[in-house]
Design a protein around this ligand. Structure first.
Ligand code: GLN
Length: 308
């Protein structure tokens, strides 16, 4: 088998040199300021060994990768009741699409599209004191990463809040069906802030390690093995919006992307992997990040569809 440290270094070298890097998201003005030239990768094995290269310690906006941690928080607070509000099917639509909400009586297809994640934020807020929901999500992320320096980038959260008309439409529309129970503005504030959490690849890979290790991290049960398996299943089927099928085809790992250019991928039993390159595909997924994960899974034989 290939040497993991060498594979990671080779992928980072390729990522630094690549010329076709995709387009940096510009619909959130603050994100448009980030250079497309960055590339980072961090691999944390299930046992805790770390291999990093490139800009692995540079914080970036995790955006929709936060939807994994918010889902964990909501499941820990509400158990399987989460699925009364949100489905578990791939959408086949853009991350911010509204069309299925009308067809399906305001019930979002899954927790990883914007509508589903906004409903999850609302569920968390419902079980907290007013204003405490973002603190709960942040505390969860910090504990998983073992790093209390992780914070919300207030400029990114503000930038999204003042331009987030589509997300406001999704939230209001769901509120009319009762999918969201709390005040729309408060729910959106939680959602925008969780998306604006800034983390490096190293921090993100550390935070995802429990999903590679049956729900356990350093002897602490974060979620049951069954729940870890199910979250991985959702990441595989829904983690890349309308490109989830193509991602499974090319990479074969559960993974969640964000429009900041980060992707958290899980090789069950093996490793948690974070990659970051801000240039995106038309579907809003990191172009070089996806290519890097494809190379890593191929070189290490980590696709979940491998026979061993
Ligand atoms: N905060 C972003 C939005 O709601 C997240 C989208 C994403 O990362 N795909 O539009």
């Amino acid at each position: 088998m290939a040497d993991l440290a060498e594979v990671v270094a080779a992928i980072a070298a390729r990522g630094a040199e690549a010329t076709d890097r995709g387009r940096v998201a510009d619909y959130i003005p603050e994100l448009a300021k980030v250079s497309a030239g960055h590339f980072g990768i961090a691999v944390v094995t299930a046992a805790g060994a770390e291999h990093v290269a490139g800009d692995a310690d540079t914080p970036f906006s995790i955006q929709s990768v936060s939807k994994v941690f918010a889902l964990v928080e909501a499941l820990c607070r509400h158990g399987e009741g989460v699925w009364d509000r949100v489905g578990r099917e791939p959408s086949g639509s853009a991350f911010n699409s509204i069309i299925q909400l009308e067809l399906e009586q305001g019930r979002p297809r899954n927790p990883f599209i914007n509508a589903g994640a906004i409903a999850v934020s609302d569920l968390i807020a419902a079980s907290c004191e007013p204003g405490a929901a973002i603190g709960a999500i942040l505390a969860r992320v910090r504990a998983l990463a073992g790093d209390d320096s992780i914070a919300v980038d207030a400029a990114v959260a503000w930038s999204e809040a003042v331009t987030g008309y589509r997300n406001a439409a999704l939230a209001n529309y769901m509120r009319s069906f009762g999918t969201i129970a709390g005040p729309v503005d408060a729910t959106l504030s939680v959602y925008f802030q969780q998306c604006a959490i800034a983390m490096s690849c190293r921090q993100l890979a550390r935070a995802g390690r429990f999903l590679a290790a049956g729900g356990v991290q350093d002897g602490v049960v974060i979620v049951s093995p069954e729940r870890a398996r199910r979250i991985n299943a959702l990441m595989l089927t829904c983690g890349h919006y309308d490109a989830s099928g193509d991602f499974a085809f090319r990479v074969g790992l559960p993974a969640k992307s964000g429009v900041g250019g980060g992707i958290l991928a899980i090789a069950p039993g093996r490793a948690s992997i974070a990659v970051w390159s801000p240039g995106l595909s038309p579907q809003g997924n990191s172009l070089l990040g996806t290519a890097a994960l494809e190379q890593l899974a191929q070189a290490m034989g980590w696709s979940v569809f491998n026979p061993d």
